[in-house]
Write a protein that binds this ligand. Structure first.
Ligand SMILES: C[S@@+](CC[C@H](N)C(=O)[O-])C[C@H]1O[C@@H](n2cnc3c(N)ncnc32)[C@H](O)[C@@H]1O
Length: 230
């Protein structure tokens, strides 16, 4: 869930998965399952997972569309893509392709997917509105966009615990993992990211008129879904 565009090339994808598990007590897998469910893809359908990282969300989507369907996971880090391909092979998941693409300039035709997802990646986009516009372009009218992201809980006691965890403990874990800068960037990027309501408005403004969001883990995680307008 960490990463900055500057620190990413030096990151080890294995460390990335381990850190996610350490930071969330393993709950990140369950959150991605929820996000994949909310993409509402059917067997034989098509989905794009942008900023796919080491591939977990794309693999969840691939399990849902089945062998007749198509899932593309894209990222601009070859290191992450290699890890995602290896994970798909290890898990015997077929029908998923991992390929290089910049989320801000997607190399896919208009309306080519039933759904698109972005898990813990929207925060990292250099231009959120441009990323949302690209996602809107490649999702067919009536298709879904799902955004899974870390958010800031606003109510005590979780807000106080969250601040201690993300501002102090996570950078320490990052130091142990050998990449303090990425895990200092993480809380900073969460603070800069729009609130759940703010993100819903940004999605509505880029062509997803029907937006809902589900707040999980006391406000630490939010999953937005938007239906692409015609
Ligand atoms: C925090 S990771 C999330 C990975 C994965 N989706 C997950 O659920 O764990 C963010 C990913 O976004 C990728 N990324 C950031 N900006 C991007 C862009 N403009 N285009 C493509 N990938 C991008 C990074 O390379 C990184 O793999």
């Amino acid at each position: 869930m960490a990463t900055s565009q500057t620190s990413l090339p030096s990151r080890e994808s294995g460390v990335y998965d381990l850190m996610n598990t350490a930071m969330t007590a393993g709950m990140h897998y369950r959150w991605r399952e929820r996000a994949a469910d909310m993409a509402d893809v059917e067997p034989g359908g098509s989905a794009l997972d942008v900023c796919c990282g080491t591939g977990d969300l794309a693999l969840e989507l691939a399990r849902r569309v089945g062998a007749e369907g198509t899932v593309i996971g894209c990222d601009f880090s070859e290191r992450m893509l290699d890890a995602a391909r290896a994970k798909a092979e290890r898990n015997g998941v077929s029908g998923v392709h991992f390929e290089w693409a910049d989320a801000l300039e997607l190399p896919y035709a208009d309306a080519s997917f039933d759904a698109a997802t972005i898990g813990f990646g929207a925060r990292n986009l250099a231009d959120l509105d441009r990323g949302l516009a690209e996602l809107r372009r490649v999702v067919r009218p009536g298709g879904r966009l799902v955004i899974l992201e870390i958010t800031q809980p606003t109510r005590p006691p979780l807000s106080a615990f969250y601040s201690l965890w993300f501002d102090r403990i996570v950078p320490l874990l990052g130091t142990v993992a050998g990449d303090r800068s990425a895990y200092t960037y993480l809380p900073e990027s969460v603070k800069r990211f729009p609130s759940p309501r703010g993100l819903a408005e940004r999605m509505a403004g880029t062509g997803f008129p029907r937006v809902r969001y589900l707040v999980l883990a006391g406000g630490i995680i939010t999953i937005h879904t938007g239906v692409a307008g015609t």
